[in-house]
Design a protein around this ligand. Structure first.
Ligand SMILES: Nc1nc2c(c(=O)[nH]1)N[C@H]1C(S)=C(S)[C@@H](COP(=O)(O)O)O[C@H]1N2
Ligand SMILES: [Mo]
Length: 324
């Protein structure tokens, strides 16, 4: 494998296949056509060759995975990186882009511990090489009623899970965000109980859609989007997708999650996108797509599981109005 050093000593895997952001638009069209079956395999080779000549730093090569592409137009890079929730840097949507420069995403280690036979501490560059990076275009809907479409880069969390060999007692996975006052000015405010913690049931964590995410738009994650590693769980409200993770812990009992602890009547453990379960203070039936907020922009209907109906079988027999 070819390894190339980027700025700040970032170790770039697959640097021979780098994808510059400016060719992203054409590739998106390509992936859509591929998914529709209107392009034959030969074109793939042509695209790979073209991209092999691209130059630039902090780019990540990732093979588009047409099995995980929504057809919606991706949100612009600018919108996706300037309209954020990352309370460790403040509660305004513009705060993360403004203040997350103090976050140091390298060097970075992630501890994987708890109910596993092979606990490990990985540095971010080794983590990124555990499985081939894929590009997946996911919808992400915030519980506040807005959504985005982002080309994420990463691999299924299940790839990591199988490497650490969970024990029979592992029923849940807890994700813990960095909590360092020196890097995160928002920690001095008690809006949430720090560190930010989120969690999934084991079968949710192992679902192929659950993405261990290290990049977006063909580049490493910007700090404000959760550098150097976050999860993205596209059928759940955005707050389940914890950013800047330092610890992944396998547990036998349901983890206490930051939002559930701070407002249990508003945020449950499951937090599946569900247009039929209103937030106590607002309807969840529709959403605003970031970038479509002009005068005449229509709100979109929110879809059950954010449109990812393939996860429905995970919840058979559960009352999703009670277990929201
Ligand atoms: N550590 C941490 N992770 C977090 C948050 C946060 O405040 N802190 N906000 C969550 C919320 S509410 C949303 S909607 C998404 C937003 O991700 P984005 O800014 O990349 O779109 O991140 C989630 N992950
Ligand atoms: Mo959110």
């Amino acid at each position: 494998m070819l390894i190339k050093r980027g700025p700040n000593g970032i170790d770039l895997p697959y640097a021979s296949e780098i994808t510059p952001r400016h060719v992203f638009e054409s590739r998106r069209r390509f992936v859509q056509q591929l998914a529709l079956g209107t392009i034959a395999g030969g074109a793939l080779l042509e695209m790979a060759t073209r991209e092999a000549f691209a130059q630039g730093a902090q780019k990540l090569a990732a093979k588009p995975n047409p099995a995980f592409v929504v057809m919606d137009k991706p949100t612009s890079y600018k919108d996706a990186t300037t309209y954020n929730n990352f309370y460790e840097f403040g509660t305004d949507k513009s705060d993360p882009a403004r203040y997350a420069g103090s976050l140091k995403p390298r060097p970075w280690t992630i501890a994987i511990e708890g109910e596993v036979n092979k606990p490990m501490t990985l540095d971010i560059d080794s983590l990124m090489k555990l499985a081939p990076l894929e590009e997946r275009i996911y919808r992400l809907r915030c519980v506040e009623g807005w959504s985005m479409v982002v080309p994420w880069v990463g691999f299924s969390l299940s790839e990591l899970i199988k490497k650490v060999e969970p024990t029979g007692n592992a029923k849940f996975v807890e994700f813990v965000t960095l909590a360092d006052k020196a890097q995160m000015p928002g920690l001095s405010s008690p809006v949430l109980k720090w560190p930010y913690v989120e969690g999934l049931r084991m079968d949710e964590a192992n679902h192929p859609l659950t993405l261990l995410t290290v990049g977006m738009y063909g580049e490493v994650l910007p700090n404000q989007n959760g550098a150097p590693v976050r999860i993205v769980v596209p059928w759940k409200y955005g707050f389940k997708s914890a950013k800047s993770i330092v610890k992944i812990r396998f547990t036998s009992s349901q983890p206490k999650t930051a939002w559930n602890v701070s407002a249990p009547s508003e945020y449950g453990f499951y937090s599946n996108v569900n247009p039929d379960v209103d937030h106590p203070r607002w309807s969840q039936a529709s959403e605003r797509r970031i970038g479509e907020d002009g005068l005449f922009a229509k709100k979109r209907k929110t879809l059950m599981f954010n449109g990812y109906s393939e996860v429905a079988s995970l919840y058979t027999g559960m009352d999703l109005k009670k277990q929201f």
